[in-house]
Design a protein around this ligand. Structure first.
Ligand code: SIN
Length: 496
């Protein structure tokens, strides 16, 4: 097989991958992704927007404080301050790339509010379709960029390693044709792991394939136990991927209701319906299990829904629910992975030649629970930094020494994969306890020989077992004295 060469390979066509590729100009880059466009990425589904302190009464320091509080102070504080300082710069950069953010009648950027934010600072586009607008615009810029070669409908299943350095990838297309590409740097921008959970807001492609590849080559991992559960997805019985109901609706005045029609968040957190996501998700899940359902009442949200919340409106109407007139049934879902391949501020993993950016990476910025609308932000800010750091690389040169291919391995059979999703949701969902975690660990251990998803799930469960105390999104019911104590503690748990 002929091995092609390029300076940089980027795996993943979401916001982080595209921004990294754009920032690499004029260094040639191959951008490899599983879909033909970026349509299967979590980026495209992102609703809320991008957090940035651009209001005169706000500041990056306040944004940083909210990020640290939401993250249960488990964050890397230096990264947090840098991210929040870069946020207004990122908005300007995106505008220069052609992203049209929503404006008010005086022409100022409209700023929404979401959970955990003590100020209105969410910049958005086409109402709740921010991710889709970003992806569409960046995709156009990528298509125009002469230094980027986009290769769609390919899966990267192996990394080439020479003397401990990653120096290439092997791809396979839909017809099963394989290609080897040598590169001086390989960037994983493959997104998160939400699709490995029974209830998820993520697309099927967010299955941890890049994380598993990095783990296979021995890259250090960090904080795998921290999975964020979003409190409100549309509760469609029997469906795995549940449409997100953006937190921005609660920012606009919607509130959560119990089955008895009472306000769910009253007295449970000082920020009420806009408490941090981990706190609200636990309250929703507890109520859901105890009383069979939770509803989001957005009937008081006035204005033009078709402009401000077109994505939510469409998803609800498709299920026969008019959110302007009736409460929306909601469920928590796996939404974002704070853990991942451990990287430094420039996106370097512990394996030379291998980099990671976006959700697959863990640079510590999100701590134990990501603040709302900090993920697209991270993709843009860290993608620009990584792309800039890699500019000027030459194509990898054929050199002597022993090469070896490190494979991600076989995929679990569909039935086992579905069973694994159930196991992960039940054992490592919004509430966790030792016996269920240990049982799930044993189950996944038995499946490891059958597929890489089990290896990944096993590593996550092992990390969850090892962290015996609750922190952020990792909530252990067995470290509290009673179920009621557990819930009470969860309202406080590091998030006030
Ligand atoms: C949302 O719109 O509620 C989600 C935004 C995010 O993931 O931060």
């Amino acid at each position: 097989m002929k091995c092609e060469r390029t300076p940089v390979v980027v795996v993943g066509g979401g916001v982080a991958g595209m921004v990294t590729a754009l920032a690499l100009a004029p260094t040639p880059v191959r951008l490899l992704c599983r879909a033909n466009d970026a349509g299967d990425t979590a980026s495209v589904l992102a609703q809320g927007g991008i957090a940035a302190a651009i209001d005169a009464f706000d500041s990056p320091a306040r944004h940083a404080r909210d990020t640290l509080i939401a993250g249960a102070w488990h964050n890397d504080a230096t990264m947090v301050h840098w991210l929040c300082t870069q946020a207004p710069v990122a908005i300007k950069w995106l505008q220069a790339k052609g992203v049209g953010f929503d404006r008010d009648i005086s022409g100022h950027l409209q700023l929404g509010r979401e959970g955990g934010h003590r100020a209105a600072r969410i910049v958005h586009a086409d109402g709740d379709a921010t991710g889709a607008v970003l992806v569409r615009t960046l995709r156009q810029r990528v298509q125009e960029a002469p230094h980027i070669q986009w290769c769609g409908e390919v899966d990267v299943g192996a990394l080439l390693v020479r003397e401990g350095n990653v120096c290439g990838v092997r791809t396979r297309d839909l017809q099963g044709n394989e290609q080897e590409i040598g590169a001086s740097a390989v960037v994983l921008a493959t997104g998160g792991i939400g699709a490995l959970f029974e209830r998820s807001s993520n697309p099927p492609g967010a299955d941890g394939s890049g994380l598993a590849l990095g783990m296979a080559v021995g890259a250090r991992i960090r904080d795998l136990e921290f999975v964020q559960f979003h409190p409100t997805a549309l509760d469609r019985v029997g469906a795995q991927g549940l449409p997100l109901i953006t937190e921005a609706l609660r920012g606009a005045g919607a509130h959560l209701l119990t089955a008895a029609g009472q306000r769910l968040m009253t007295g449970r957190h000082p920020l009420g319906d806009l408490g941090p996501r981990d706190v609200v998700a636990r309250c929703v899940w507890h109520e859901y299990r105890e009383h069979g359902g939770v509803w989001l009442d957005a009937t008081g949200v006035k204005g033009d829904w078709a402009r401000r919340f077109p994505t939510v409106l469409k998803a609800c109407l498709a299920e026969g629910i008019d959110p302007r007139l009736q409460p929306i049934p909601v469920s928590p879902v796996a939404h974002f992975h704070m853990g991942g391949l451990a990287v430094d501020a420039d996106g370097r993993t512990s394996v030379p030649g291998l980099y990671a950016v976006g959700e697959v990476a863990c640079n510590g910025v999100h701590g134990a629970n990501r603040l709302a609308s900090n993920s697209l932000l991270e993709g843009v800010v860290c993608g620009r930094r990584l792309g800039t750091a890699l500019t000027g690389l030459n194509p990898s040169m054929p050199r002597g020494g022993a090469y070896r291919w490190v494979e991600r391995g076989t995929t679990l059979p569909p039935r086992t994969l579905q069973a694994l999703r159930v196991v992960l949701w039940q054992a490592a969902g919004p509430e966790r306890e030792t016996p269920r975690l240990q049982q799930a660990l044993r189950t996944c251990e038995a499946w490891i020989k059958n597929g890489w998803q089990a290896r990944l799930a096993h590593a996550l469960l092992a990390a969850a077992c090892a962290r015996e105390r609750s922190l952020g999104a990792h909530y252990r019911t067995d470290t509290a004295t009673s179920a009621r104590g557990a819930i009470k503690k969860s309202f406080i748990g590091g998030s006030l």
